[in-house]
Design a protein around this ligand. Sequence first.
Ligand SMILES: C[S@@+](CC[C@H](N)C(=O)[O-])C[C@H]1O[C@@H](n2cnc3c(N)ncnc32)[C@H](O)[C@@H]1O
Length: 250
Amino acid sequence: MLRDVSSCNTYNYGDAWYWDARYIQESGSFDWYQRYSALRPFVRKFIPTSSRVLMVGCGNAVMSEEMVKDGYEEIMNVDISSVAIDMMKRKHAHIPQLKYMEMDVKDMSFFPDDSFGSVIDKGTLDSLMCATDAPMSASRMLGEISRLLMPGGIYMLITYGDPNARMSHLMRSVYNWKIELYIISKPGFEGKSAVASLKTCLEPIPLSENGMLPPDVVLEDPDCHFIYVCRKTNGEPTSIAAHPLTGDML
Ligand SMILES: C[S@@+](CC[C@H](N)C(=O)[O-])C[C@H]1O[C@@H](n2cnc3c(N)ncnc32)[C@H](O)[C@@H]1O
């Protein structure tokens, strides 16, 4: 089953108690937005199987398990919900490549700097963006992800948020991320290209100077998901201008 928070109609998505209650009620497995099979081309293209992966806000998705079946060697899964983490720990006790820890993505000080080759986020920044204090929470989460990524490492964000809603948070100069954007159709609409001018969803979307969709890029399918591939650079200038976190965003 696939769910979506694009309507963003609850302010509880950032609270552990909300997710605990939800995972007690729904104890099976659920993947938000997309399954690994649809994301695989992007994951395999940007994340080597030997990379130490951090899955932020893993929930009870099967994504990590499917990645291990596909050859990924080490995935550290964190989530603010102790219910989800306990459940997943028990379920995957026999899979040594999968590790689980209860953790708030806004404070991952348990891990030293440069601990991971890649970070995958499917729906977790979106949850924080729906909650109260959204810009500050997003900034703390993204700051932690930037700290934990090795130079050259990849933060892959799978979200319903278009560049208008996400770029100002991602393009802060402190992170020094070189960002590429891909767009994929929601499950059930795979036959259709989300962008009129592109033959395949594996082509990056051309972005304007300030990281927005240029006017000639027409979204055929407004019901799509965005994949931001953010590569941590060594401080060399990024291809698109970086935005500081300004007062109006806070
Ligand atoms: C929309 S669900 C996505 C779950 C999973 N990534 C997937 O693709 O199915 C968001 C997840 O983020 C977790 N979450 C929300 N706020 C968090 C926080 N501050 N720190 C860690 N996890 C958080 C929730 O418990 C929930 O499991």
